[in-house]
Write a protein that binds this ligand. Structure first.
Ligand code: FEO
Ligand code: CA
Ligand code: CA
Ligand code: CA
Length: 731
C-alpha cells in the first residue's frame, strides 16, 4: 500500500478560468513567434542575472527576523553559489557536495523520554511508548534556539528545540508485518494505537557538541503532539454548531491533528503545523450516511473529500473505548444530535495549528480565522512594526487555490515573547483572501467574507449562513469568488531580500488537467516520457510561481522556475533552461535561509524517478518580472494544440544547483537552520515506502535500508548538514 504524495482531488467547480481570454488572445500565434519569444527571454535572462543588485553576503545578512530592530542590516543575495553540483542518483544513499558532511539527528522511533529503550525497528515496539518516540514521515520543521539556561534565544546556534511534523506512516515497516486487516476491519488495536502516536508533531531538544548534533533524550522540553492530543478550536468558528462533537458539545475543542505537512513559525516564537490531506482519514459510508445529511452538508462533504472507508481504517476497530478512541474517526450521523456522535468531526480538521514549543504543557490551538482546506503550510510575509501580519497559504490538491490571511492587529514588537496569547491577538481576527492570477501578469486577492462579492446566503452552489460557514468551507467560498485553480500549491516562502512570495506548484496531471485547463499561471501541458517510453501528460514536472504585492489586494506575478528534464523542448517544456546540474521535477519544499538568503527547493517526485531520486537544490533568484512574456504552444496526446501566454522569469543558469540527492522513494522535505547558517537541517521522508508487503520477509529485495544500512528497515529521519571547514551552507 503506497501513500506517496497522497492527494485528495475534489474541486469539480466549473467557474471559468482565464482560458477563454487566453484562447482568444492566442488565436493566430504561430510556433515561429513562440520560438522568437523564447529566444528573446533567454537573452534577457543574462541581463536579469547581471542587473540584479546583489552584494556578497557570506553570512552577513540578517539572522532571525527580529521585528522592530532597525539595526538589522538589509538582507542581500550572495553573488554566487559556492559548491559543485551533485549528480542525479538512484543510489540508496544521501549525496552532498564535496566538503560537506551529513549526520542523522533523529529517526522514526527514536526515544524522547529517559526511560524508553532504543527503537527495535522491527515493528514490535510497544504502542504506548510511541507517545514518547519520534514519529514517522518527517515533514515541515523549524529550529527554535535555546540559550544556556534553557530560555528562547533566536540567535542560539548550538542548542535548540527542533519542531518536526510527522505527516503520515509507512504501514509496512511500522508493524511486524504491516497492518492487520481482516475483511476491511483493523483487528489489532495495538497497531492502530501505534499509528495514532506516529502521526503529528515532535518537539525535541538537540545540542551541538564535539561529535556534532545529538538528540537530548531526557530533555524536559521533549514532547509529542499526535492524534490523541487535546486541542482548542480558536477564532471565529469556535463554539459554533458546525464544530459540535461528542468530544466537545460546545464546539470549542477537538482531539488530535493529522497529515501535518508543511509548517510555519511566528515572530512570537511559536510553531505552526498545517493539516493537509486529512479528509481521507475519516470513515463515512455514503450509502448509509448520505440519507441523514442535508443537501448543503452533502455539498460540503464532497468538496472536502469526506467519504469512504477511511485511509487507515481507524474507525473500524471494535469494541470502542469509553472516550471514543476509534469512533471519533467515523464522521457519520449515529446519534440523535451532533453532540452525541462525530458527524461534524471533519470540520475540526483542516486548520493551521499553533503550538508553543517552549511550553510543553500548553494546549495547541487550531486557528479557524485562517480558513479550512488542505493546508500545506503558513508563511508570514515581512514583519513590520505598526503593520498587519500576512500569512500565505496553499491548498495542496489538484486545481486548488492559494490563500492569504491578513491580521486585524498591527504588529507590536512587545508581543515577540507573547506565546499563544500573541497568536490569539494576530491569528484569531483578520481577513481571508484567495488568489486570482490574470493573464497579463497581474493578480487580485478576492476576499472570503460573508456578504462580500458572491459569498452570501444566495450563493447558488452553497448558501452560506454566516462567517463561520465561510471559514469552515473556504474552498466553496473561493469557488464562488472565481479563484484561479492551480497545479497543486505546496510550500510558500517569502524572499527576505525582495519581499516576493514564492510558491511551489508541484505537478498536475490526469483527467483533471487537460490541455484546455491550462492558463497563464499554470501554462504547460506536455508529455514527459519516462525512459521506458511511458507517457506522463499534463504538468508532471511542476513549476514555482512568485509574486510581489502591489497593493492590499493586488500583485504582480511571474513563474520563477519550470521543472523539466534537461534536454526537453526549450520552447514548451524546459523554459528555465535546466541542465544536468540542476534539472528537477515536482518542487515541493521551499524556504529561504535567513543566514545566507539562499532559496532552497526540495522535490517530491514521481515523474523523473526513472533517472533520479528526490533532491534538494539551492537557488539565487532575481526579481519578479526579470524575464519576459512568452507564449507556450502546448500539444496534447491527440495532437491538438493550444497557445498560452505566460510570464517566465529569467533563466537561472548556474544560480540554481543540485545540492543533495536522497535515497530511493523518499521525499526531501523540511528545512531549518542554525541561525549562524552553519547547519542546515532537512528531512528524508519515507525512503523505500513502496516496498511491497509480499517482500517484507526478503530484505535483499527492498529498495532502501537507509539510514541504518545492512538489512535494516528504512526510516524517515532528520539530517544535519555541515561544511567540513565550518562555513555557511551553500556559499
Ligand atoms: Fe504533504 Fe503537499 O505535501
Ligand atoms: Ca510524502
Ligand atoms: Ca508533495
Ligand atoms: Ca509537501
Amino acid at each position: 500500500m503506497s501513500h506517496a504524495d497522497e492527494v485528495l482531488d475534489s474541486n469539480p467547480s466549473t467557474h471559468p478560468t482565464l482560458d477563454d481570454v487566453i484562447q482568444a488572445r492566442a488565436q493566430g500565434t504561430s510556433r515561429r513567434e513562440v520560438l522568437k519569444g523564447s529566444v528573446g527571454f533567454m537573452a534577457l535572462s543574462f541581463l536579469g542575472g547581471g542587473a540584479a543588485t546583489l552584494l556578497t553576503a557570506c553570512g552577513g545578512g540578517t539572522t532571525e527576523e527580529t521585528p522592530g530592530t532597525p539595526s538589522s542590516p538589509a538582507p542581500v543575495r550572495p553573488a554566487a553559489l559556492g559548491f559543485t553540483a551533485v549528480a542525479k542518483s538512484l543510489a540508496d544513499a544521501v549525496s552532498v557536495p564535496a566538503g560537506y558532511s551529513v549526520q542523522v539527528v533523529h529517526r522514526l522511533g527514536d526515544p524522547l523520554a529517559a526511560s524508553l529503550p532504543a527503537y527495535s525497528n522491527l515493528g514490535t515496539d510497544a504502542a504506548a511508548g510511541f507517545a514518547y518516540r519520534v514519529g514517522d514521515h518527517h515533514d515541515g520543521m523549524h529550529y527554535f534556539g535555546l540559550d544556556a539556561s534553557g530560555k528562547a534565544d533566536a540567535s542560539a546556534s548550538t542548542r535548540a528545540l527542533l519542531a518536526v511534523n510527522h505527516e503520515a506512516i509507512t504501514p509496512s515497516f511500522l508493524h511486524p508485518a504491516g497492518q492487520t486487516i481482516v475483511g476491511g476491519v483493523r483487528t489489532v488495536p495495538e497497531e492502530v494505537l501505534r499509528e495514532f502516536y506516529a502521526h503529528g508533531v515532535s518537539i525535541s531538544e538537540i545540542q551541538k557538541g564535539a561529535g556534532g548534533w545529538a538528540l537530548k533524550q531526557d530533555s524536559a522540553f521533549n514532547r509529542r503532539v499526535h492524534t490523541l492530543t487535546d486541542m482548542v478550536l480558536s477564532g471565529p468558528a469556535s463554539g459554533t454548531s458546525y464544530l459540535v462533537t461528542r468530544y466537545s458539545p460546545n464546539g470549542t475543542r477537538t482531539r488530535g491533528t493529522v497529515n501535518n505537512c508543511a509548517n510555519g513559525y511566528t515572530p512570537w516564537g511559536t510553531y505552526l503545523t498545517c493539516e493537509e490531506n486529512w479528509g481521507g482519514y475519516f470513515r463515512r459510508v455514503t450509502a448509509t450516511d448520505n440519507a441523514n445529511r442535508s443537501a448543503k452538508e452533502l455539498t460540503a462533504l464532497a468538496r472536502y473529500g469526506v467519504a469512504g472507508a477511511g485511509r487507515e481504517l481507524w474507525g473500524t476497530v471494535t469494541p470502542d473505548t469509553p472516550d471514543d478512541l476509534y469512533g471519533r474517526w467515523v464522521a457519520e450521523v449515529k446519534g440523535a444530535s451532533a453532540s452525541e456522535d462525530y458527524r461534524n468531526v471533519a470540520n475540526t480538521y483542516g486548520w493551521v495549528v499553533e503550538i508553543d514549543p517552549y511550553d510543553p504543557g500548553s494546549t495547541p490551538r487550531k486557528r479557524t480565522a485562517l480558513g479550512r482546506f488542505a493546508h500545506e503550510g503558513a508563511w508570514i510575509g515581512k514583519v513590520e512594526t505598526g503593520k498587519p501580519l500576512t500569512f500565505y497559504m496553499g491548498c495542496d490538491s489538484r486545481n486548488e487555490y492559494i490563500y492569504k490571511f491578513v491580521s486585524t492587529a498591527l504588529w507590536d514588537p512587545a508581543d515577540a515573547t507573547g506565546g499563544l496569547a500573541a497568536g490569539d491577538k494576530y491569528m484569531d481576527h483578520g481577513r481571508l483572501y484567495v488568489a486570482k492570477f490574470n493573464a497579463d501578469g497581474t493578480g487580485t486577492w478576492l476576499e472570503l467574507a460573508f456578504g462580500v462579492g458572491n459569498v452570501s446566503a444566495s450563493t447558488p452552489a452553497y448558501a452560506f449562513a454566516d462567517q463561520a460557514d465561510v471559514l469552515i468551507h473556504a474552498r466553496l467560498a473561493a469557488d464562488a469568488q472565481g479563484a484561479t485553480k492551480m497545479d497543486r500549491p505546496e510550500w510558500g516562502a517569502v524572499d527576505p531580500v525582495t519581499g516576493a512570495v514564492y510558491m511551489t506548484l508541484t505537478n498536475n496531471s490526469g483527467s483533471l488537467r487537460s490541455l484546455a485547463a491550462t492558463d497563464a499561471a499554470n501554462p504547460r501541458h506536455y508529455n514527459d516520457p519516462r525512459t521506458t517510453g511511458a507517457a506522463q501528460r499534463g504538468n508532471p514536472n511542476g513549476h514555482v510561481i512568485r509574486w510581489m504585492e502591489t497593493g492590499a489586494t493586488s500583485f504582480q506575478w511571474d513563474i520563477f522556475l519550470f521543472g523539466s528534464r534537461a534536454g526537453s523542448d526549450p520552447a514548451s517544456v524546459n523554459l528555465s533552461g535546466l541542465t544536468a546540474d540542476n534539472d528537477f521535477s515536482s518542487p515541493d519544499g521551499l524556504w529561504f535561509s535567513r543566514a545566507t538568503n539562499i532559496c532552497w527547493i526540495q522535490t517530491d517526485d514521481g515523474a523523473y524517478t526513472d533517472v533520479t531520486n528526490c533532491m534538494l537544490l539551492a537557488a539565487l533568484p532575481g526579481t519578479v518580472g526579470d524575464g519576459s512574456a512568452v507564449t507556450i504552444t502546448n500539444t496534447d496526446a491527440g495532437g491538438a494544440t493550444k497557445a498560452v501566454p505566460t510570464r517566465v522569469g529569467a533563466q537561472p543558469g548556474t544560480r540554481l544547483r543540485r545540492f543533495l540527492v536522497g535515497p530511493p522513494q523518499c521525499e526531501l522535505t523540511g528545512l531549518a537552520e542554525s541561525p549562524d547558517g552553519k547547519t542546515l537541517f532537512v528531512n528524508i521522508q519515507h525512503p523505500g515506502e513502496d516496498t511491497p508487503l509480499a517482500d517484507l520477509g526478503n530484505p535483499s529485495a527492498w529498495p532502501s535500508h537507509w539510514p541504518d544500512g545492512g538489512t535494516a528497515r528504512p526510516r524517515s529521519a532528520t539530517l544535519a548538514i555541515t561544511r567540513n571547514d565550518g562555513g555557511p551552507i551553500g556559499l
